[in-house]
Design a protein around this ligand. Structure first.
Ligand code: NAD
Ligand code: GLY
Length: 363
């Protein structure tokens, strides 16, 4: 087992470390910076994750001198709701969690987004430690400070930027993830390869079966590399004015697919996989991407057991979803396209006809 990697998200007074390694939760007290005067920790988790890792984390919090109070939220996306947040606030009040205390998020992106939002708004902002336990959360959701909940009108409509105190990504926890969750997370990992670090792609291409099976050496390496990309981009563009948009590679069509399939058919990373296939084909068609990118994308995603087709999209419905995006921005159709593996760019005024054709190619 190699020593944990420590990556800095360099945001001056809001800067923090993301520690990536095996067995971090077992040594929590050693890695957790306890804020001055903190006495209590609200441990936000769900029953699935609590059963697996709750006791280790409570022991670590006690060893760090904190009184732990567990707040168990429902498992699944429905936990990112106003009603669950309201229950959470009542639980924080009952503790009572004070301004100097700490929220600890233990779980996947759902728990991280909800707990981060509670922390962002409780007493106008208390510290949150993110302990992500899914591949998607380790490589993406827990890093970068986006927190939020859903409304019936749309996903992540209510939220806040609230950078964590620390992110501890214990890659040993990925061993207990259902295989489908690991595969979906690998879709987001592959994204970092296409937009920035081609070594991520090469590692996944060399050992796709090991990555899917949860091999700790492969996963620790690709999580570390993915986090390094995200840390650098967030530090350069915290509020997504420019470069952070590159993190949305594969997400334009991916989000449309999720919305049009009711957020139930695909895991997020699976929809992003389809979106990356569409983006690669679009890039080649527009002469932005090198020839062969789409074939390389499909080959890798197939090897990871991610979907690369089989979805029939009504062109009118896709256009409507994309137009809502466009309306929000007030510009023509905008896509993130990959020029060559390891380099992506923002492309505006993409012709609607080309988008329609690549969407049809996913059938
Ligand atoms: P999730 O949080 O629902 O977790 C997936 C499932 O795995 C759940 O059933 C969970 O209980 C279980 N689980 C978690 N860790 C486990 C473990 N180690 N072993 C066994 N089971 C485990 O899903 P997710 O994919 O992690 O997160 C999706 C959410 O993340 C969405 O709400 C999305 O909007 C959000 N997200 C946020 C950001 C951001 O920047 N804040 C980025 C991407 C996604
Ligand atoms: N998940 C994209 C971002 O954090 O900006």
């Amino acid at each position: 087992m190699s020593a944990p990697a420590r990556l800095r998200v360099d945001l001056a007074e809001r800067g923090y470390d993301v520690v990536v390694g095996e067995g971090l939760l077992a040594g929590l007290a050693e890695h957790l910076p306890v804020p001055a005067h903190a006495e209590r920790a609200a441990l936000v988790t769900n029953a699935t994750v609590d059963r697996l890792y709750g006791d280790a984390v409570r022991a670590g919090l006690a060893a760090a001198g904190l009184e732990a109070h567990t707040i168990t939220v429902p498992d699944g996306e429905d936990a990112k709701s106003l009603s669950v947040a309201e229950t959470g606030y009542h639980r924080l009040a009952a503790i009572p969690l004070r301004r100097d205390d700490l929220v600890v998020a233990l779980g996947g992106g759902v728990v991280g987004d909800l707990a981060g939002f509670l922390a962002a708004t409780w007493h106008r902002g208390v510290a949150v430690a993110q302990l992500p336990t899914t591949l998607l959360a380790q490589v993406d959701a827990a890093v970068g400070g986006k927190t939020g909940i859903n409304l019936p009108e749309g996903k992540n409509l209510v939220g806040a930027f609230h950078q964590p105190l620390i992110v501890l990504a214990d890659t040993q926890t990925l061993a207990t993830l259902p295989e489908r969750e690991r595969r979906a997370g690998l879709g987001e990992v592959a994204k970092y390869g296409f937009i920035d670090d081609v070594a991520v792609l090469e590692r996944l291409e060399a050992e796709p079966a090991a990555a899917v099976a949860g091999d700790p050496t492969v996963l620790t390496e690709v999580v570390r590399r993915g986090v390094a990309v995200k840390a650098r981009i967030v530090a350069a563009d915290e509020r997504e004015g420019a470069e952070r948009m590159l993190l949305n590679y594969g997400h334009t069509i991916g989000h449309a697919i999720e919305a049009l399939t009711g957020y139930t058919r695909y895991r997020h990373g699976e929809a992003v996989a389809l979106g990356m296939v569409a983006a690669a084909r679009l890039g080649e068609r527009l002469g932005v991407s090198e020839t062969g990118l789409a074939a390389r994308t499909v080959a890798l995603l197939d090897a990871l057991g991610l979907p690369t087709g089989g979805v029939r999209l009504d062109p009118g419905a896709v256009a409507e979803v994309l137009a809502r995006d466009k309306k929000a921005r007030g510009r023509g159709l905008r896509f993130i396209l990959c020029a060559t593996p390891g380099r992506a760019e923002v492309v505006d005024d993409v012709p609607a006809g080309a988008v329609e054709e690549v969407c049809a190619s996913l059938a």
